[in-house]
Ligand binder design. Structure first.
Ligand code: ADP
Ligand code: ZN
Length: 219
């Protein structure tokens, strides 16, 4: 059974790898970033509050995110495994996750840490374009859509995320160092950390991620 956290800096490619893992292993991706963007699009109270933090690259307060994930775990599909993408992002979130899993009598299989250089991260974030309809991501340099500005999957328009502007990107990376990086030690101490080298050709990096997951799937 695969129950993993996909961990890495903003722009490391968590969303891209998650989509591949969903396809291959048929388990749901639980992305707090996607859930928050959906709430913003809907215009719900949660979405309105969250947007005030997201637009500046700040973290949405822990209680809001924790409740969202807690509710998501109530859905039946999460019983067959899951990929957490973008959660936890603070030690408080990680401790809450521990408690939630304990109550459900579930254990994490591993924390897959995407290892990638600063330069790659910056070019990914500045070049990233997302579909306004289905959320698929592309990159103007490394993962071009077939037609410029148009989603390959659904034909809708591609835009730059508001938090992918240069100043906001720098703030997100700083927030990662301050609030999220301490989780590396947290999960290393639990023996769950699996660093995976993801620099270089995408297909080779993906094969390494699959390799790590195949081992877990057998357990
Ligand atoms: P990235 O990893 O590229 O920064 P995400 O889609 O994971 O992108 O997150 C986008 C934004 O959503 C974050 O900058 C933050 O404001 C908010 N967010 C997502 N997940 C969390 C979380 N677990 N805790 C707090 N804020 C979050
Ligand atoms: Zn699309």
């Amino acid at each position: 059974m695969i129950r993993i956290i996909l961990f890495g800096e903003p722009g490391a490619g968590k969303g891209t790898y998650s989509a591949e893992l969903v396809k291959k292993y048929g388990i749901p991706q639980i992305s707090t970033g996607d859930m928050l963007r959906a709430a913003v699009k809907e215009g719900s109270e949660l979405g309105k509050k969250a947007y005030e933090f997201m637009k500046n690259g700040e973290l949405v307060p822990d209680p809001m995110v924790i409740e969202m994930v807690h509710n998501r775990f109530q859905q039946a599909d999460a019983a067959h495994g899951f990929i957490l993408d973008g959660f936890p992002r603070t030690v408080t979130q990680a401790q809450s996750l521990d408690q939630m899993l304990q109550k459900m009598k579930l254990e994490l299989s591993a924390v897959i840490k995407i290892e990638i250089s600063k330069e790659t991260i910056l070019s990914r974030l500045t070049g990233r374009r997302v579909c306004t309809n289905c959320g698929s991501t592309f990159n103007v340099v490394t993962m071009k859509p077939k037609t410029e500005g148009i989603c390959d999957k659904c034909g809708h328009e591609l835009i730059q995320r508001p938090d992918d502007q240069p100043d906001t990107i720098l703030n997100r990376l700083a927030v990662y160092q301050k609030d999220t990086a301490p989780l590396i030690e947290f999960y290393r101490n639990k023996g769950l950390l699996r660093p995976i080298e993801c620099e270089g050709p995408y297909n080779e990096a993906l094969a390494r991620v699959f390799g790590a997951l195949d081992k877990l799937a057998k357990v």
